[in-house]
Design a protein around this ligand. Structure first.
Ligand code: MCA
Ligand code: AMP
Length: 494
């Protein structure tokens, strides 16, 4: 397989800006030197953890690990002790890569620490040509119960998903991408950093998402924007009173949303104010990207487009019957009537290889004939576009584009001494898509006014701030069926 980053090796765009974070940037020549030099130090490592702050150092670290052929585990720098402890014991990295000034939590202090120098002139190390099936990244993703699982993503998947997106979006080295996504998930890291680098183009990271930052960069030559629906919702809100923002978004070649559904109302507000449509693509940590609206294709708000080149996609009923799909030329087959709902199953070079240390979960995720079960429910519209209509598991919550398992939060709540019973649900939220709601039976007669915020903080500290319940309800008991199982539907209807 050719190199993951031809532009780093070839030298044809050596002086082009590769990465920019705030006022710090690296050209391809500078990135080749710093990442190449760091790669030379990683040769013997089994796995490396990356303290994935939204900085140049994180990008250099991940590129270096890929050049060295050493799997990288990006860590959310806001992970609480419970989540971090699990990820470290599960993935067992030998080294942690971080910025020189980073203050790391105790859980990481036992690892060898490498302070990454973003600017480190020297001779570039020729990249190792690792096996395409070799693991490149391990990205942790929530399930309905238990702690997050590490999806092992091979080099082949990264290359194939990025090349398929390039084809669908006419994405080239001339594009300049702007975004403010976190760098410990597929969206921000693989699409948002490795994507531009594979094309030989540029990325400007905002550090933290803001409408002003997006407008500034689009007015200064950026051609593409990536974001989760919460970000587009905030842009849609800001557009009402900001004509300059509308002009800036109108300049973009491509506005892309993903990680959760973008409500039609936000699509419409953005298009009305800017004259531009937002393109949606659909993916998962385990599959990378499956479908997208094409840059040159028609689209209606609310669809996620068509399967990307190389991706097989079908809709399957509960009993395993295939109800719709696509033939080898990409034409829809079966019941593509916009009404027949089935689970999306996918196959292709974009898929992960396994959940780390979880052969049971890996086996359960695939059908006997090798298709990955996404758990997303969809229809295929008469024009051939996939439209997602729901999700199989009600215990998965998508908040701000983050996937969060209800069971993970229930377990964290139950660790608190004031909690006797707990159930967690998601409810609609204009900004976040869904917000996390906790239903708690307290131990004894407690002052529940102070307990709500304390439980939210407890979850934020134990897991991650984005996993904290936004609402906490206190009840005398949880509704249960005869078998003792909690009836979550009865809770949400209260
Ligand atoms: C608030 N904060 C707290 C607490 N309350 N910290 C500790 N304890 C508390 N009780 C802090 C937060 O940490 C944060 O800190 C700040 O207050 C605001 O937090 P919050 O309201 O949660 O979020 P936000 O800043 O408003 O963020 C909205 C967001 C974010 C920017 C849209 O949700 C986001 O970045 N989402 C992206 C998710 C994503 O990339 N998903 C991709 C996975 P501070 O101020 O320090 O930040 S899906 C994927 O990869 C697949 C493949 C796909 O299809 O894309
Ligand atoms: P994650 O596991 O965090 O990678 O999240 C993957 C999930 O995000 C998918 O299974 C979908 O439910 C959801 N998702 C991603 N992109 C879209 C989209 N464009 N529209 C609707 N849901 C999406």
């Amino acid at each position: 397989m050719s190199s993951l980053f031809p532009a780093l090796v070839g030298g044809s765009v050596a002086e082009r800006s590769a990465l920019r974070f705030g006022d710090r940037s690296l050209t391809y020549a500078e990135l080749a030197a710093s990442a190449g030099g760091l790669a030379g130090r990683l040769g013997g490592a089994g796995r490396v953890a990356v303290w994935a702050t939204p900085t140049l150092e994180t990008a250099v670290s991940v590129v270096a690990a890929l050049l060295a052929g050493v799997p990288a585990v990006p860590l959310n720098p806001k992970s609480g002790e419970g989540e971090l402890g699990h990820i470290l014991s599960d993935s067992a990295p030998s080294v942690v890569l971080c910025g020189p000034g980073d203050d790391l939590p105790d859980a990481l202090k036992g690892l060898e620490r490498i302070d990454v120098q973003a600017y480190s002139p020297g001779s570039a190390v020729p990249p190792a040509e690792a096996d395409p099936a070799a693991p490149a990244l391990i990205v942790y993703t929530s399930g309905t119960t238990g702690p997050p699982k590490g999806a092992v993503i091979p080099r082949r998947s990264i290359a194939s998903t990025l090349d398929a997106l390039a084809e669908a979006w006419q994405w080239t080295g001339d594009d300049v991408l702007v975004h403010g996504l976190p760098l410990f998930h597929v969206h921000g890291l693989i699409l948002g950093i490795l994507g531009p680098l594979r094309r030989g183009g540029s990325v400007r990271h905002l550090g933290r998402f803001s409408a002003e930052g997006v407008a500034r960069e689009l007015n200064d030559g950026a051609t593409m924007l990536f974001g989760v629906p919460t970000m587009y919702h905030r842009l849609a809100e800001a557009l009402g009173e900001d004509a300059e923002l509308a002009k800036a978004l109108g300049r973009a070649r491509l506005l892309v949303s993903g990680s959760a559904a973008l409500p039609v109302h936000d699509h419409e507000r953005i298009t009305a104010a800017t004259g531009r449509r937002v393109i949606e693509r659909y993916g998962m940590t385990e599959t990378l990207m499956n479908t997208s609206v094409r840059a040159d294709g028609a689209s209606r708000p609310g669809t996620v487009g068509v399967p990307l080149p190389g991706v097989d996609l079908r809709l399957v009923e509960e009993d395993g019957t295939t109800i719709a799909g696509y033939d080898t030329d990409g034409a829809p087959t079966g019941a593509y009537d916009g009404e027949s709902v089935g689970e999306i199953q996918v196959r292709g070079p974009n898929l992960f290889s396994e959940y780390l240390n979880r052969p049971d979960a890996t086996a359960a995720a695939f059908t006997e004939d090798g298709w990955f079960r996404t758990g997303d429910m969809a229809v295929i519209d008469p024009d051939g576009s996939v439209r997602i209509v729901g999700r199989k598991a009600t215990d998965l919550i998508k908040s701000g584009g983050y996937k969060i398992g209800a069971g993970e939060i229930e377990n964290a709540l139950l660790e608190h001494p004031a909690v006797r019973e707990a159930a967690v649900t998601g409810e609609p939220d204009d900004d976040l898509g869904e917000r996390i709601v906790a239903w708690v039976v307290p131990q004894g007669d407690l002052d529940t006014a102070a307990l709500g915020p304390e439980l939210s903080d407890h979850v934020a500290r134990r897991l991650s701030p984005h996993k904290r319940p936004r609402v906490v309800h206190f009840l005398r008991s949880l509704p249960r069926n005869d078998m003792g199982k909690i009836l979550k539907r009865a809770l949400t209807r209260d």
